[in-house]
Write a protein of this length. Structure first.
Ligand code: AVJ
Length: 326
């Protein structure tokens, strides 16, 4: 394998500062969920994926493993894959299948896009190992990475975009529609999108998935403050904030919040902020939208995609769709 990439460390720091400045001064206060994925955050997310109460990753992995060949057929065997939010690369590895299998036509080039440098380095190493591939990493938010990958496209190549893990769930519905349209604009007719979406399930199960008995999700959420303290010199009293997960039925989303236990002043020098938190005041750190199959199809088709194949696991947990750009 050959590995290409750029180090954007200081750029990442500047974008964290501007994200914090913008989102924390909204009402209600917010932080963007992409900021959850520093090195420790990415490790905690990997741990979440192994929790018995978080079915998302397991359900999607089972679908990929069971339908690998049909997925590549439905996507018309792309020459190049672009994975948005690759994380540790596990799902892509599963999709590419066991190494050294003959007669299995793999893409020649893979672009990995993620905001987490640690995730990218793990993913690029494992995906490229013992496979005849060029792996290119883009430490960037989805859209920047997508543009960079699309700009490097060679004529006559067929591209497949992967957007797995229900990462689409972090967008609100207008944002999701706009982002799918952005992906569509980066593609040509005949290209494809493999996209995973978590389905609505009983509230009790959803709350356990986002507020687990081991407290791993709570740690994942609160680590955002640890990160901001470290990288931006902030003074959050991390123990003074607790994790809260809420199911918002009307909006069909899980929300994660951090709740200040007591009144506190927080300085964030690198973002130029000095904030006062009231007791009970919250920071909204993530939304995770849950879908039903028909509304998800409708969203894809409104963005200019036609569903080629779709699979739901036996327990009805998760939807995996191959959509063609047309
Ligand atoms: C990676 C965004 C799909 O929303 O389920 C897991 C992140 N947050 N537990 C999700 C997450 C809390 C995850 N996504």
């Amino acid at each position: 394998m050959r590995l290409v990439g750029t180090d954007l460390g200081s750029l990442a720091l500047q974008s964290l500062a501007s994200d914090v400045r913008y989102y924390l001064t909204q009402s209600p206060r917010q932080l963007p969920s992409r900021a959850l994925y520093d090195t420790l955050g990415s490790a905690l997310f990997d741990a979440i994926c192994q929790l018995p109460w978080y079915p998302v990753t397991r359900a999607e992995r089972r679908l990929i493993d069971a339908h690998r060949a049909e997925i590549f057929d439905a996507a018309a065997h792309p020459d190049r894959l672009v994975e948005l939010g690759c994380g540790n690369g596990d799902k892509l590895n599963l999709l590419l299948g066991p190494r050294g299998v003959r007669g299995w036509r793999l893409p020649r080039r893979i672009d990995l896009v993620d905001v987490s440098a640690s995730a990218l380095s793990a993913a690029s190493r494992s995906v490229g190992e013992d496979r005849d591939l060029v792996v290119v990493v883009h430490e960037a938010p989805y859209e920047d990475g997508l543009v960079r990958a699309a700009d490097a496209r060679v004529p006559d190549e067929r591209v497949g975009v992967l957007f797995l893990g229900s990462n689409i769930g972090n967008f609100d519905p207008p944002g999701a529609a706009a982002f799918l349209a952005t992906i569509r604009r980066a593609l040509r007719n005949g290209d494809s999108l493999l996209i995973g979406a978590d389905l609505v399930k009983p509230e009790k199960e959803l709350l356990l998935a986002y507020d687990d008995p081991l407290g791993v999700t709570a740690a994942f959420n609160r680590n955002l403050l640890v990160r901001i303290n470290r990288e931006l010199g902030a003074t959050f009293d991390v123990e003074g904030f607790s994790h809260r997960a809420v199911w918002n039925d009307e909006a069909s989303r899980i929300e994660m919040h951090l709740v200040s236990a007591h009144p506190q002043h927080v300085d964030i020098p690198a973002a130029g902020l000095a904030l006062a938190f009231a007791a009970g005041e919250t920071i909204w750190t993530e939304s995770s939208y849950k879908y039903d199959t028909d509304s998800f199809d409708a969203m894809l088709s409104a963005a200019g995609f036609a569903t080629a194949r779709r699979w739901v696991d036996d327990e009805g947990q998760f939807l995996l769709t191959v959509a063609r750009a047309e």
